[in-house]
Design a protein around this ligand. Structure first.
Ligand SMILES: Nc1ncnc2c1ncn2[C@@H]1O[C@H](COP(=O)(O)OP(=O)(O)O)[C@@H](O)[C@H]1O
Ligand SMILES: O=C(O)C1=C[C@@H](OP(=O)(O)O)[C@@H](O)[C@H](O)C1
Ligand SMILES: [Mg+2]
Length: 170
């Protein structure tokens, strides 16, 4: 496979499909799969929402950074949380030995897919709207991306196929 020993790292807004498409891609390409949100929950012993509620969104970002910096795997799909891109150190670490895929969706699609985001543990300032968060993050996802999938009109299988085709042509 042309990806060689590298990882595939998914970034993008909550609801962009990093977790669901990530696992489909791992199955298609015979790679391992890691969802870093689950590693964070194992690390803290609580849900992401509990961490945000009890310790605040900046604490969650700090824990996320530590968990990402500790990752040392090859030939895995790594589905990050939407806030991973706030740490340049963590993204530089992940990006060395990986191709980074940005699942890019519109704000409307984010809103449609994630519904009530107050229960989703989103790492944002309490006063920040989702619109503001979307605008703040768009440039960050693009900055780290090796490949961007425009996901608005793709179902999960089609998004998976776009990533598989990208990997074949590396
Ligand atoms: N390409 C897609 N088309 C339609 N629904 C999708 C797509 N990708 C993800 N979803 C749905 O959006 C929701 C969030 O997906 P998820 O993979 O958890 O996103 P993320 O990990 O990026 O937050 C889930 O209900 C999932 O089924
Ligand atoms: O965007 C965010 O701030 C977050 C997204 C979540 O992951 P998903 O992007 O997989 O939903 C999770 O990491 C955490 O609750 C913070
Ligand atoms: Mg996810």
């Amino acid at each position: 496979m042309s990806l060689g020993s590298q990882n595939l790292v998914f970034v993008g807004m909550p609801g962009s499909g990093k977790s669901t498409v990530g696992v489909l891609v791992a199955k298609r390409l015979g790679l391992g799969f890691i969802d870093t949100d689950l590693l964070i929950q194992q690390h803290t012993g609580q849900t992401l929402q509990e961490t945000v509620n009890q310790e605040g969104y900046l604490a969650l970002r700090k824990i996320e950074e530590q968990v990402l910096l500790q990752l040392d795997v090859q030939q895995h799909v790594i589905s990050t949380g939407g806030s991973a891109v706030y740490s340049d150190a963590a993204m530089s670490h992940l990006k060395s030995g990986a191709k980074v895929i940005f699942l890019d969706i519109s704000l409307n699609t984010v809103l449609r897919r994630i519904g009530d985001y107050s229960l989703r543990g989103i790492s944002k300032r309490p006063d920040q709207t989702l619109v503001e968060l979307y605008e703040e993050r768009s440039g960050l996802y693009a900055r780290y991306a090796d490949y961007t999938v425009q996901g608005d009109t793709l179902n999960q299988e089609q998004a998976c196929e776009a990533v598989v085709q990208y990997c074949k042509h590396l």
